[in-house]
Ligand binder design. Structure first.
Ligand SMILES: Cc1cc2nc3c(=O)[nH]c(=O)nc-3n(C[C@H](O)[C@H](O)[C@H](O)COP(=O)(O)OP(=O)(O)OC[C@H]3O[C@@H](n4cnc5c(N)ncnc54)[C@H](O)[C@@H]3O)c2cc1C
Ligand SMILES: NC(=O)c1ccc[n+]([C@@H]2O[C@H](COP(=O)([O-])OP(=O)(O)OC[C@H]3O[C@@H](n4cnc5c(N)ncnc54)[C@H](O)[C@@H]3O)[C@@H](O)[C@H]2O)c1
Length: 466
């Protein structure tokens, strides 16, 4: 039974921990799937590589109102898909080979198989032909999560996709149904609709992206409904194959208008993700989980068991790559300096949805602020009322800020419109470093007539107390 100084489970963000400072430690890395994890292989990176061509394909629609007539002649799906994975797959394989073969990793053993705890700090790894049992002083659990597939009658008997498989299909479907109305739904609806697929989005609640600020969610729902079929307040009662030898899939729904059916050639299930703590059987080593399945960690990313750290989607309710990366840096430091640990900073975690229009957000929504009884003022600045917004003829985008009325400290920022994630970044910076709205607006130049004037004007519009 080999004993290690350090065992890392998962090669997503967990793989970034090792560097030359670990050269004198005996290390094992365990990976059951493809090296590089979700973000690289089936998450952030490929999705955005599809979103960019989708943005281009959608350009004729937005150009016409500016007097530029463009025509979308063709979408070569296989060319788009093969560019994406032709780039990504070699990176994943290169990362694997680096860990297995390169002299930098002479101290590292890679175990390719599924790990599960069988006892206190004892891990079994199911390899192709045998089971290995590993023990270690330190473990880093970075085993991520997986797509949730809801228990809907008939679903198991039809072909459906999750985000793990949908990007590798051979042909674009004529009609796609997307179940769920969160991040993945919003991004794939944009990709498919831009490529000419008839999209139907099925939402349980009365709005898409309902965790966003209500104004953002409402605006996005309106705009999405103009581009594709959005069914709100629907319960999916049953799923079955289309009749008479049809290759499609039918969803039976119940909604405000009673019963209805929707038929498609592809069904994408986008109903959230769950942590892999159950498959890793963390309970066997004495680690507890939250009701959501997330592993419990303290601010130093330490689990309840001495020497075992967890990070990323396995323990983080944010389920975002920049959070997993940050936590991996914290764990790395704390492994190297256990007597001087640093805490993870989760004060201002931003996110962006790469749909159309783009959406980005940080801090409190107005709903959060009201629920917490936090004093706040808000300001909303439309793209339509800044110079570059005129150039773009943008009539729908806006930035909404929340700030403390006295100190002017920003509490939240929410943008829907072109380049929203890029426009949000200076607001994240202000919040992280405690820059108040007045100083931010008037303590620097804002390039005229560039898009960040949206942020400048939103800051100036905040009705702060003198
Ligand atoms: C479609 C999609 C798009 C996304 N887009 C974005 C985005 O634009 N921006 C963003 O910030 N985030 C995005 N995310 C979220 C982001 O991908 C995750 O937050 C991030 O990848 C989590 O990293 P991680 O290291 O915690 O886990 P992962 O990257 O999931 O790594 C976990 C690894 O552990 C392995 N593993 C699991 N269990 C075991 C086991 N028992 N034994 C051995 N190995 C195991 C898995 O195979 C995997 O390789 C997206 C996610 C999806 C699904
Ligand atoms: N741009 C990004 O940062 C990005 C992009 C994609 C995914 N992600 C990450 O991946 C995670 C998973 O994405 P997601 O879109 O699957 O999850 P999500 O939590 O964003 O949305 C899940 C959706 O499914 C709905 N839902 C849940 N159960 C359902 C059921 N039984 N029937 C119908 N609808 C149901 C929910 O109401 C919600 O609308 C996200 O939490 C996010 O952190 C991030």
């Amino acid at each position: 039974m080999p004993h290690y100084d350090l065992v890392i489970v998962g090669t997503g963000s967990g793989n970034s921990i090792l560097d030359p400072r670990f050269a004198d430690r005996k290390v094992a890395i365990v990976e059951k799937g493809v090296f590089g994890g979700t973000c690289l292989n089936v998450g952030c990176i490929p999705t955005k590589m599809f979103v960019h061509p989708a943005d281009l394909a959608a350009t004729p629609e937005s150009a016409a109102k500016l007097g530029v007539d463009l025509e979308l002649r063709n979408v070569r799906w296989r060319k788009i898909r093969d560019r994406v994975f032709g780039r990504i797959d070699p990176i994943a394989e290169g990362g694997r080979r680096y860990r297995i073969e390169h002299e930098d990793n002479a101290n590292v053993t890679v175990y390719e198989g599924e790990a599960r705890f069988i006892d206190h700090k004892k891990l079994a790894v199911q390899l192709a032909d045998e089971e290995a049992i590993l023990t270690a002083d330190n473990f880093v659990l970075a085993a991520g999560g997986r797509a949730v597939v809801p228990d809907i009658p008939g679903l198991a008997d039809v072909d459906y996709h999750t985000s793990d498989t949908v990007m590798r299909i051979d042909e674009l479907p004529r009609r796609a149904i997307i179940l769920g109305s969160g991040f993945i739904s919003a991004e794939f609806a944009h990709v498919f609709a831009s490529f000419g697929v008839d999209v139907t989005v099925i939402a349980r609640s009365g709005a898409l992206l309902r965790n966003e600020d209500d104004d953002i969610s409402r605006r996005f729902t309106e705009l999405a409904s103009q581009r594709y079929d959005v069914r709100l307040n629907r319960r999916t009662v049953r799923v079955h194959r289309a009749g008479r030898g049809g290759t499609g899939v039918v969803l039976e729904l119940e909604g405000p208008g009673g019963e209805e059916t929707v038929e498609g050639d592809l069904l994408l299930i986008a109903t959230g993700r769950q942590p892999n703590s159950d498959l890793l059987n963390v309970a066997a080593t004495g680690i507890s989980t939250r009701p959501s399945g997330h592993v419990v960690v303290d601010e130093y990313q330490r689990t309840e068991v001495d020497g075992i750290y967890a990070l990323g989607d396995l323990s983080s309710p944010y389920e975002l790559k920049h959070v997993a990366n940050h936590e991996a840096r914290v764990v790395q430091h704390n492994l190297l300096h256990p007597d001087a640990p640093i805490a993870a900073d989760h004060r201002f975690v931003p996110h962006a949805v790469f749909t159309s229009p783009q959406i980005a957000s940080v801090g409190l929504t107005e709903r959060d602020a009201a629920a917490r009884g936090v004093p706040y003022v808000t300001a909303t600045q439309n793209y339509a009322d800044i110079a570059y917004g005129w150039a773009m003829e943008d009539t729908t985008g806006f930035a909404k800020l929340l700030a403390d009325p006295r100190s002017g400290q920003l509490l939240g920022a929410h943008i829907i419109g072109a380049q929203a994630p890029t426009l949000l970044q200076p607001l994240i910076q202000a919040m992280s470093f405690g820059l108040d709205a007045r100083s931010m607006a008037r303590g620097q130049y804002w390039i005229h007539p560039a898009l960040p004037e949206l942020v400048e004007n939103a800051l100036l519009a905040l009705p702060l107390k003198d």
